[in-house]
Ligand binder design. Sequence first.
Ligand code: NAP
Length: 310
Amino acid sequence: METRILGGTGLEVTVMGIGAGGPSRIGQSAGKSDAESIAIVREALDAGITCIDTAEAYGTEAIVGEAVRGRDRGSYVVSTKKSTGRQITRADVRQSLEASLKRLRMDYVDIYHLHGVILEDYEHLAAEIVPEMLSLRDEGKIRFLGITERWNDDPGHAMAQRALQDDVWDVMMVGFNLLNQSARERVFKQTIAKNIGVLVMFAVRRALSQPAKLVEVLDTLIARGQLDPADVDRDDPLGFLVRDGHAASLPDAAYRFCREEPGTHVILSGTGSLEHLRENIASFHRPPLPPGIRQRLVEIFAHSDSVTGQ
Ligand SMILES: NC(=O)c1ccc[n+]([C@@H]2O[C@H](COP(=O)([O-])OP(=O)(O)OC[C@H]3O[C@@H](n4cnc5c(N)ncnc54)[C@H](OP(=O)(O)O)[C@@H]3O)[C@@H](O)[C@H]2O)c1
């Protein structure tokens, strides 16, 4: 599997990363056993994937910890996150990190993010919480600082744009997919200039894995004047990608679309299904989408900045 250097962190990571959150939570949302979820992460690691994302909020840290047990600590990169839904304190972040490390059974995490940050909370977090994260980094419990957007509430990246004005973030987790490519101009230009590592979330989500959901999202974009109805066939939206042999499936096209985007390093993929995991690994081994097809997708969704594919 292709590897990349995660911006200024210097960490070498595979282009496909495992997301232990999202709608699937590696199967936990569908009632899978811990053993089944552990098997998914282990199969990903055995296939050479070296980056795993979890969070205190997902309830999957212990599963990730068990899945990596016995492997060389330097052979994978783990990112986890501190929830930020209220005015958290320095003590909260320290306590949360200690609890995450315990669940993960690790001495340190590679990337520790503030999770789902909205613009309204950013100033408090930057002034009060970042200094504590820097102390935790100095103590060796965190290697790099990260921040993630609450993309469903902020599909136009207002928080990320504010965060980019500061020089503390080593890594950012950014919402990006073929239905909303607004991060290209609003985030990636700056992350490239600042050499910030980028983890992409929402590459597929529901809209690019469930046809009915896709129609709903396209109708929303049409109603908002962000998509020309002549550009999509409502009876078979984006069907040309598979019909004309450019991709094996819509998720396949979606992951490969994100992978080629300049400025992205790791494309997170979330699944609770071993079959989907295997398909997704195969996608990351395929060549890029043909340039003309990619350009067509860029043009179709050029004005979209208000949906996430949730
Ligand atoms: N604010 C934040 O910090 C934030 C927010 C969202 C996500 N994240 C992180 O980003 C990661 C990636 O996001 P995501 O989990 O939404 O991932 P995703 O890969 O964009 O989408 C996952 C969805 O697609 C389905 N899927 C995956 N592969 C498929 C395939 N081959 N065929 C059909 N359906 C497929 C999954 O269902 P199945 O289980 O049925 O495969 C699931 O519903 C998360 O796991 C989490 O770690 C962070």
